[in-house]
Design a protein around this ligand. Structure first.
Ligand SMILES: Nc1ncnc2c1ncn2[C@@H]1O[C@H](COP(=O)(O)OP(=O)(O)O)[C@@H](O)[C@H]1O
Ligand SMILES: [Mg+2]
Length: 253
């Protein structure tokens, strides 16, 4: 059965190497003074007799945007759900910002996430939807125009959500994840369902945050090549000893 680890460690399943990876720089997780932002050890999820996440060890240092790559059913979303405290692990352990996964209230205020499809009101505008989300999340309303601008929807924010293209809906979902100005941004297959033009659009997004190196991103992708996400970092990096985590863009200062 596919697991995230098998999926990314199986060379046959890998996409051709990105040319940029030639400049890959190794990032030693331990070299980061503040420790990894995300760390799992033996993280496991079983549903009945089926093991869907199998003893996953993952370490993501601050300041990188890590891609978590594997085919459908590999357990990517389940892993993210465990990191967000939405699904209880069956075994192993994990920490986010040094806090254990069973105390999500201790770290979730610093995390923004978009898991699978965003849920928005069809009849409200993108802007109103974000305002609702900001109110529910306790975020400052001044963030709404900031994040709309950030994802390139500033001129379409007044349009009803139901009139948005798939790519615009994805962008709005990302805007929602950015509302809290998170230090860790988690996006589940942000290019999912997009046509090549949509993926090109995504490429222009400063997907993770990274105007500051204390910002970290974790994206899942079904295929390496779907990483049309050209992230805002300058250096490309590969986290060391991180099964399930592929080439990344480090955030510039
Ligand atoms: N709530 C659940 N109950 C039972 N099986 C589940 C549940 N959620 C996910 N699964 C199973 O776990 C496996 C991994 O799913 P998922 O994490 O969504 O994979 P991915 O995101 O990599 O496509 C799949 O076989 C899926 O059917
Ligand atoms: Mg998934």
């Amino acid at each position: 059965m596919a697991s995230p680890i098998d999926a990314v460690n199986n060379p046959a399943a890998s996409e051709p190497a990105d040319p940029d990876q030639k400049q890959a720089k190794r990032v030693d997780v331990g070299a980061n003074a503040v420790g990894p932002v995300v760390e799992t050890r033996g993280l496991t999820k079983r549903y009945g007799s089926r093991t869907v996440v199998d003893a996953l060890d993952m370490q993501i240092p601050a300041g990188v945007v890590a891609g978590f790559i594997g085919p459908n059913g590999a357990g990517k979303t389940t892993t993210l759900r465990m990191l967000l405290g939405l699904v209880r692990p069956s075994g192993g352990s994990g920490q986010v910002f040094g806090r254990p996964l069973d105390t999500p209230a201790g770290y979730l205020p610093r995390v923004g996430a978009l898991i699978e499809s965003p849920a928005f009101y069809r009849e409200l505008s993108g802007e109103r939807n974000l305002a609702v989300q900001a109110a529910l999340g306790g975020h400052n309303m001044t963030r709404v125009p900031v994040v709309l601008e950030r994802v390139g929807l500033a001129d379409r924010g007044g349009d009803r959500y139901r009139t948005y293209s798939l790519g615009m809906k994805q962008r709005l979902g990302i805007a929602g994840a950015l509302l809290g100005d998170p230090r860790l941004l988690i996006l589940d297959e942000p290019t999912n369902g997009l046509d090549p033009a949509g993926i090109r659009d995504m490429r222009s997004l400063p997907l993770s945050c990274p105007e500051r190196p204390d910002r970290t991103g974790l994206l899942t992708l079904a295929r390496r090549s779907s990483a049309g996400v050209r992230l805002a970092g300058r250096d490309r990096a590969r986290t060391s000893g991180v099964p399930g985590t592929h080439s990344t863009a480090a955030c510039g200062p």
